[in-house]
Design a protein around this ligand. Sequence first.
Ligand SMILES: *Cc1c(COP(=O)(O)O)cnc(C)c1O
Length: 232
Amino acid sequence: MSISNNLLEIKKKIHKAAESCGRDPQTIKLVAVSKRHSTASIKEAMTAGHFLFGENYIQEAAKKREVINDKAQFHFIGHVQSNKAKQAAELFSMVETVDRYKLARALNNHLNQLNKKLDILVQVNIGKDPHKSGIMPEETTELLERITSLPNIRPLGLMTIPPLSKEKEDIRLHFKNLYCLAEDLAHKKLFFDNSSVELSMGMTQDFTIAIEEGATIIRVGTAIFGERPTLA
Ligand SMILES: *Cc1c(COP(=O)(O)O)cnc(C)c1O
């Protein structure tokens, strides 16, 4: 299957999942996760009309940005070390993985110099999985309260990677919990736009469930680009 065919198939599934629960498919953004895939693959997706990508590694994304034109936008979805905050602030239209104040503050300082505003999501460890990064759900209020004082950062919503599970209903429960948490935080007026909060959840295995549970951003890699090449 070609990348353009895969994209078509995914978009059909997004439509179907959205319609099955009475949502407008236009409100769901597809981040094509291109980590470890070539710039040729990204270009192929762009030729097919897709312009939103996700990357996990700053160095890799920097190299790709040099050869991919500005029609493409990139979300950062990996772990950001605070000493890479400068590059993260430059390269991405959104950083989905802010999970501590120190990082938010570092991004804010670099954005000042770049004269840029940056959309971010707070990554939440919704399943309290010791192997996953992200802030604990009960700590999100305090983090967002502190982020409010950073003028260059726009907290648009939450992102999560649930613990690995083969049980669909386990995964669904985590997505439901993230939705409820976002509702609570919006009620407290802690987001940039509290009437329209972004929820990034769902990958190749579970994006239709995520859509049913309110995802506005899904991050799909394998189903678009195929299996990822292993690291050299
Ligand atoms: C790799 C990755 C994805 C994509 O995973 P697939 O299973 O290939 O769709 C989504 N989100 C994050 C944070 C990732 O690291």
